[in-house]
Design a protein around this ligand. Structure first.
Ligand SMILES: O=C(O)CCC(=O)C(=O)O
Ligand SMILES: [Fe+2]
Length: 210
């Protein structure tokens, strides 16, 4: 088990089906068919049943920055436990360092503009979000469905856009090699043009979550 995700990149690289998105700028990986379709469908049901407007830390005055909906998934749900155990098998990151899994839902026209998942170390919301568990380390995100049009995830710095695909996982290290936040992880959940987009997001911290 890796305590803080430090050697996660090594573990992921050694996992044959994991594809490395080659870049000197960030550690980014992709894994197709990470989740079976019935599990994707169940997670979509759970997201649909219990969603609220998404929020952002360090409000920036743009009310249209993140227009999607978010679901705080119940950790006692069998589907969520199945997902958690698959994540652990893949990454070996101690689940104690994980935030509860969230679901995100985007209707047509909704998006999450270019952002990073780490918290600004000098931002107004640092204390609120990071006092106990510290900074975010890794992001794991899984697309739960194919989107009819739009809804890709654009990593602008490396000029790479990933298309949603049911069951496909993306994961990246939000830190540079020296441990500081990596601004090259900037990414944009682009507007859905047709259909609905569902993803789950799982973030890990430097210290135990609870
Ligand atoms: O929906 C996406 O493609 C990206 C989601 C995301 O970046 C986030 O929830 O932090
Ligand atoms: Fe993000």
């Amino acid at each position: 088990m890796t305590a803080q995700g430090e050697s996660s990149a090594t573990i992921l690289r050694a996992n044959a089906p994991v594809q490395i998105i080659p870049s000197p700028k960030l550690e980014l990986f992709q894994l197709r068919d990470f989740l079976p379709l019935p599990l994707c469908h169940r997670l979509i049901e759970l997201i649909d049943a219990n969603r609220r407007p998404s929020t952002i830390a360090d409000a920036n005055g743009d009310d249209y920055f993140r227009t999607s909906e978010t679901c705080d998934l119940d950790p006692d749900e069998a589907a969520v436990q199945d997902l958690e155990s698959r994540l652990y098998s893949l990454s070996a990151i101690d689940p104690a360092f994980g935030e509860p899994v969230q679901g995100q839902r985007y209707a047509v026209g909704q998006e999450f503009k270019a952002h990073t998942d780490y918290f600004e170390p000098n931002g107004p919301d640092w204390e609120k979000y990071c006092a106990v568990a510290g900074q975010r380390t890794w992001t794991f995100m899984v697309y739960l469905n194919d989107v009819t049009a739009g809804g890709g995830t654009r990593f602008g710095v490396i000029k790479k856009t990933v298309q949603p695909e049911a069951g496909k996982l993306m994961c990246w290290n939000n830190r540079r090699a020296d441990g500081r936040p990596n601004p090259n992880t900037l990414h944009h959940g682009m507007k859905v043009r047709a259909g609905t987009k569902y993803v789950i997001t799982k973030w890990y911290r430097e210290k135990p979550w609870l």
